[in-house]
Design a protein around this ligand. Structure first.
Ligand SMILES: Nc1ncnc2c1ncn2[C@@H]1O[C@H](COP(=O)(O)OP(=O)(O)OP(=O)(O)O)[C@@H](O)[C@H]1O
Ligand SMILES: [Mg+2]
Length: 499
C-alpha cells in the first residue's frame, strides 16, 4: 500500500472527565476505503471531527501530504481538501441553500468584499443539478427542505471541489434507498479518483461491502484493524463488544399477535400534496409497521397521527374516550409518544441536560402541587437513563455533548418516563449500534406484552419484517397493501409494493 495521505498519530481527546479518544493512530490512503466501527459513544465521531478541524486533539499530531496538519477550523480543513459529512444535520438553519453551499468561500464570487450574488446562484444551480437536486431552489432558506434533501445538499457541497479526503459519518441510515444508493455511487466514483475515504456506520453489512479495511474502536481505544477476508459482520461485532454476540436480534415468533381492541383509529387522513386517504386501526399490543420509500409520505403520516401536522382532511381518534388527536398537547397528555427521525430538531432540547430532556414529557409526575420536586426529577431521569444504558457522565450532562446513538436513547428514555401507551416511532434504530438495537427490539417486545401499541415507520425492510405484526405499504402518498406477520414474508414481497 502507498504511503498514507493522512496520518493522525497518538490522538487523544478528553471532554472534562470523559476520555472520548485515547491514543488512537489512524491512516487514510489514496483510493482506499477505511471503515470505522464501534459501539455508540466509542469515539468514532470524535476522531473524525478532529481530522475535520471541528476541534483540536487534546494530544496527538496529524500529517497531511507529509506535512504537519493543524486545521484551525472546519473551513480550514475543507480548504485543504478534507470533507466531512457529519452524523447529524451539517447545514445551517435560516441561511439559503446557496449560502450553505459556499459558506466561507463567498470571496471567490466577487471582489473587494462584494459578492456577486448572480454568479453565486448560477454556480449553486449547477452544483445542485450535477447532484440530482434540480428541484432545489438555491435562493430558498435551507429550512424549507427535508432532512434527506439537506443531507444531499451537504453532500453536493462536499463534492463541489474534488476532495482529497472524504469522511462520511453514519449518513446512509438517515437516507432513503435512493439517497443511500447515491452515496454508494459517490464512494465508488471517489475511490476511482483516488480520494481517501473514511466511512463510519453501524450497518455492518454495508461496511463489509464498501470497505477495504476496518478499524474497530471500543471505549475510545483502538482494538483492531481488520483487512480483506477478516472484514465480516460477525468479526466486527465481536471486536466491538469484546465478546460473542448472543441471542436473537428480531422477534423469534412468527405469529400475528395482538388484542382485538382498537386503541387508535385513523380515517381518510390526507395532507394535500403529501398523502391521501390513509386508513388504519392500531390494536392493543400491536406493532404496526409502515414501509415505503422515504418520500412516499409515511414520515408525514406519523407526524400527523401524533398531531404535529394539521391534516387537510380526515381524523385520528383515540378510542379510549373517543378523543380526536389534533395537537401534540393532547397526544402527550393521552400518553402517546413520538420518536421522530430528526431527533436533534424535533425531539431534544440540545442545550439542556439529560435530566431535563428525560422528564420533559412527565411534568405531571414530578410536580408536588405547584412545585417541581428536584428529587423526583433526578430519580426518574436516573432510572430511565439506566434502563436505556445512556453512556454519559451523569444526568446533568448536556444532551448536545452525547454521541449520536446516545441522543436517540435519551429520546426513548423521555417517553418511557411518561408511561406512554402508544409509541409512534420513526426509524427508531437509526444510528444505533448492534447491542442497543437488540435492546430496543427487546423493549418493543416488552411493550407488546404490556399491551402497549407501536406504530413504526422504518426504511429497513428487515426491521419491519423482523418486528411488525402487520406491515402497511405506501407509495406516492397512497396505501398500496398490507402484509401479516409470517415466516415466509420476504423483502422482495414488500419492495414490490413500494416502488
Ligand atoms: N462536545 C462534547 N462534550 C463532552 N463530551 C462529548 C462531546 N462530544 C462527544 N463527547 C463524548 O465522547 C464520547 C464519544 O462520543 P462520539 O460522539 O465520538 O461517539 P461515537 O462513536 O460517534 O458514537 P455514535 O455511534 O453513538 O455516534 C461519548 O461519551 C460522548 O458523550
Ligand atoms: Mg457518532
Amino acid at each position: 500500500m502507498s504511503a498514507a495521505i493522512l496520518r493522525a498519530e497518538h490522538m487523544f481527546k478528553e471532554f472534562g472527565a470523559t476520555k472520548a479518544v485515547t491514543d488512537v493512530t489512524i491512516e487514510l490512503h489514496k483510493g482506499t476505503v477505511l471503515g470505522l466501527v464501534g459501539e455508540n459513544g466509542s469515539g468514532k465521531s470524535t476522531l473524525s471531527s478532529m481530522i475535520a478541524g471541528v476541534y483540536p486533539p487534546t494530544k496527538g499530531a496529524m500529517f497531511f501530504n507529509g506535512q504537519e496538519f493543524k486545521p484551525a477550523s472546519v473551513l480550514d480543513a475543507r480548504k485543504a481538501g478534507i470533507q466531512y459529512l457529519t452524523q447529524e444535520q451539517g447545514t445551517i438553519d435560516r441561511m439559503t441553500v446557496a449560502e450553505n453551499l459556499f459558506l466561507g468561500e463567498e470571496d471567490s464570487f466577487g471582489r473587494f468584499g462584494m459578492v456577486n450574488m448572480r454568479r453565486l446562484i448560477i454556480r449553486a444551480k449547477e452544483i445542485l443539478e450535477e447532484n440530482g437536486l434540480s428541484h432545489v431552489d438555491p435562493t430558498q432558506p435551507i429550512d424549507n427542505y427535508s432532512f434527506e434533501d439537506r443531507k444531499m445538499i451537504e453532500t453536493a457541497r462536499a463534492l463541489s471541489k474534488q476532495p482529497v479526503v472524504l469522511m462520511i459519518d453514519e449518513t446512509t441510515t438517515a437516507l432513503s434507498k435512493d439517497g443511500t444508493e447515491r452515496i454508494y455511487e459517490i464512494i465508488e466514483q471517489q475511490k476511482k479518483k483516488g480520494t481517501a475515504i473514511l466511512i463510519i456506520s453501524h450497518d455492518l453489512s454495508e461496511v463489509q461491502c464498501l470497505c477495504d479495511e476496518v478499524m474497530v474502536l471500543r471505549d475510545g481505544v483502538f482494538v483492531d484493524l481488520l483487512c480483506g477476508d477478516e472484514v465480516t459482520p460477525e468479526n466486527m461485532r465481536r471486536k466491538m463488544i469484546g465478546r460473542e454476540f448472543e441471542g436473537s436480534y428480531y422477534r423469534a415468533d412468527f405469529e400475528c399477535t395482538f388484542d382485538d381492541e382498537i386503541v387508535l383509529s385513523v380515517r381518510e387522513l390526507s395532507l394535500d400534496g403529501v398523502f391521501r386517504d390513509v386508513n388504519f386501526d392500531l390494536h392493543k399490543g400491536e406493532i404496526l409497521g409502515i414501509g415505503g420509500l422515504s418520500d412516499c409520505g409515511m414520515h408525514e403520516v406519523l407526524k400527523t397521527t401524533f398531531g404535529a401536522i394539521k391534516p387537510s382532511r380526515g381524523s385520528v381518534i383515540l378510542t379510549d374516550g373517543n378523543i380526536e388527536i389534533n395537537n401534540t398537547t393532547t397526544s402527550v397528555q393521552r400518553k402517546i409518544a413520538y420518536i421522530p427521525k430528526d431527533r436533534d430538531k424535533e425531539s431534544l432540547f440540545l442545550p439542556t441536560s439529560i435530566r431535563d430532556n428525560i422528564v420533559a414529557a412527565s411534568l405531571d409526575k414530578i410536580k408536588k402541587g405547584i412545585f417541581i420536586s428536584p428529587f423526583a426529577e433526578r430519580q426518574i431521569a436516573n432510572e430511565e437513563a439506566k434502563k436505556m444504558d445512556v453512556k454519559m457522565q451523569d444526568i446533568s450532562q448536556m444532551v448536545r455533548d452525547l454521541s449520536g446513538g446516545n441522543k436517540q436513547k435519551v429520546v426513548l428514555a423521555k417517553w418511557l418516563a411518561n408511561d406512554s401507551r402508544i409509541f409512534i416511532m420513526d426509524c427508531p434504530t437509526r444510528g444505533i449500534d448492534v447491542g442497543v438495537k437488540a435492546k430496543i427490539y427487546r423493549l418493543m417486545e416488552d411493550f407488546k406484552r404490556q399491551g402497549i401499541s407501536i406504530l413504526m415507520v422504518s426504511e429497513e425492510m428487515m426491521e419491519l419484517i423482523g418486528m411488525a405484526d402487520r406491515i402497511l405499504t405506501m407509495k406516492n402518498g397512497q396505501q398500496t397493501g398490507e402484509f401479516l406477520r409470517s415466516a415466509s414474508l420476504c423483502e422482495a414481497d414488500i419492495i414490490q409494493m413500494i416502488i
